[in-house]
Write a protein that binds this ligand. Structure first.
Ligand code: C2E
Ligand code: MG
Ligand code: MG
Length: 463
């Protein structure tokens, strides 16, 4: 009896424990469900972005080789409108299923919002990643059938591949890079995968710096006047100089015109900069004159933007007046593209400036859509032959370029237009332009562009 009693006691305890265990299990199950709900996307059942990031970070900590892709549908808002919300939701679920099918061990998928899907892949070769994504796009592109069976869904994907040199904590940076790549991919209206490109990104950072700092830089006088001599080929004397702008940051870094002029031409800032350069040139000329140095004419590059401003000529003359500069010391360089629009109007402007004594030069002739016709119709004083001519003509294989250059120089001479060969880099280049009868030469062979102060020391004081 005594033994039986003793045996029963643990049984009673167990009976007491069962509801507790059951409650514990339910709590744990609820917690898991809640956690899953909190971590998953309610529409597709994939991970949500937060969980995706946590898992991706954990996994890349163990093995940093990975690729993150953001998959997007072109014009998804229209799909919502054309096919209705329900169909659009079905499409998103289908995309999730097709993408999920392709996942391998350790890879992840999530939907961040709307049609933004992220993939964490273990491949690091662009070709392979592209192939896998194209497979998904192909499987989903014909999702709509029936009346809309000809509707093709187009995708764009931005991707960033891990850098061997970077550590796992760069995952957030990778996600930022994915966004940059995605913005590029969006510009192309067809299925496409754009990989983040470090060099391109550096350029984008620079472009962003340029646009973000241009006003302050102008205020702080960071745009500096550089001068490159123009050489008279008859006696190798210096017959003028070209003003070239350099943006010198406070830390000494030099930004070259090719990095900011095209941006300023687009955003309109070039008009302000060009007028500022006119002022810099006039100031320099005034300093020479005041110092008793015989001045030489200076050419200033003028963009189409400034040239076509309504009060351009008045403003220009006001600056010349302010510094008491004889107009014949100023040559304005315009690009041949300026003549594409309206030659008559351009000629009126040119003639009006020439009447005041200012000279007009056509820059980079031969680099774009040059035509001899334009040359005949424009009343310019000087023609600058693009560096491309010399590059071609000095090659032994191309005597034809030399012949063309020679005849352009001859034609210009007959039209009383002075010729300047640009990009003279070698003794041979110098010899060649002399043989074909160019009037002037400009290029590294004679001198690189140098600061106005250095130019004064080197060339002007000696005179
Ligand atoms: P550009 O007016 O045709 O000026 C000549 C360019 O060729 C300059 O480049 C000069 O440094 C470069 N160059 C001169 N000699 C040689 C040579 O022997 N070999 C080679 N490879 N290059 C040579 P930079 O200073 O970088 O200017 C580039 C362009 O930016 C200029 O071409 C001009 O179109 C524009 N630019 C420069 N300053 C201004 C400005 O103040 N206003 C405007 N609107 N444009 C400017
Ligand atoms: Mg020029
Ligand atoms: Mg030029």
């Amino acid at each position: 009896m005594e033994r039986q009693k003793r045996k029963k006691r643990p049984g009673k305890k167990m009976l007491f424990m069962i509801p507790l265990l059951f409650a514990g299990y339910r709590m744990w199950k609820n917690y898991r469900e809640m956690r899953n709900r909190a971590f998953s996307d309610s529409l597709t059942g994939s991970w949500n972005f937060e969980r995706f990031c946590q898992l991706a970070e954990e996994r890349s900590r163990k093995n940093p080789n990975c690729c993150i892709v953001c998959v997007n549908i072109h014009q998804f808002k229209f799909i919502n409108e054309i096919f209705g919300r329900e169909q659009a939701d079905r499409l998103l679920c289908h995309l999730k299923e097709e993408a999920e099918k392709t996942l391998r061990e350790g890879e992840l998928l999530c939907r961040e919002s709307a049609d933004f899907f992220y993939l964490f892949l273990r491949d690091t070769k662009e070709e392979k990643i592209k192939e896998r994504l194209e497979h998904i796009m192909e499987r989903v592109s014909g999702f709509f059938n029936g009346d809309h069976s000809d509707y093709r869904i187009l995708f764009y994907c931005g991707a960033a591949i891990s850098d061997e040199k970077r550590d796992v904590y760069a995952l957030h940076q990778m996600l930022t890079h994915v966004m940059f790549a995605l913005a590029k991919a969006r510009e192309i209206h067809q299925n496409n995968v754009w990989f983040f490109d470090t060099d391109l990104h550096k350029k984008e950072i620079m472009d962003n710096y340029v646009e973000g700092h241009m006003y302050q830089a102008l205020k702080d006088e960071e745009f500096k006047l550089y001068l490159q001599p123009k050489i008279d080929l008859r006696d190798n004397s210096i017959c003028g100089a070209e003003a070239l702008v350099r943006w010198i940051k406070k830390d000494g870094e030099v930004i070259f015109p090719g990095q900011f002029i095209p941006i300023f031409e687009k955003n309109g800032f070039c008009a302000r900069l060009d007028m500022y350069m006119v002022e810099c040139v006039c100031k320099e000329l005034r300093e020479w004159i005041d110092a008793g140095i015989e001045p030489i004419p200076i050419s200033i590059n003028q963009s189409k933007l400034v040239f076509y401003e309504k009060d351009y000529q008045e403003r220009l003359l006001r600056v010349l007046d302010k510094y008491r500069i004889p107009p014949n010391l100023i040559t304005l360089e315009i690009l041949e593209g300026i003549a594409l629009d309206n030659v008559e109007e351009l000629n009126r402007k040119i003639e009006s400036l020439q009447a005041k004594g200012i000279r007009i030069s056509m820059d980079d002739f031969g680099s774009g859509f040059s035509s001899l016709n334009t040359l005949g119709r424009l009343k310019i004083d000087e023609l600058k032959l693009d560096r491309g001519f010399l590059m071609e003509a000095s090659g032994e294989r191309d005597q034809r370029e030399k012949l063309i250059m020679e005849h352009i120089v001859m034609l210009a001479g007959k039209l009383q237009i002075q010729t300047v060969a640009e990009g003279v880099e070698t003794k041979e280049n110098d010899g060649l332009i002399k043989t074909i009868g160019c009037d002037c030469g400009q290029g590294y062979y004679y001198s690189r562009p140098i600061s106005a102060r250095e130019f004064t020391e080197k060339y002007m004081k000696k005179k």
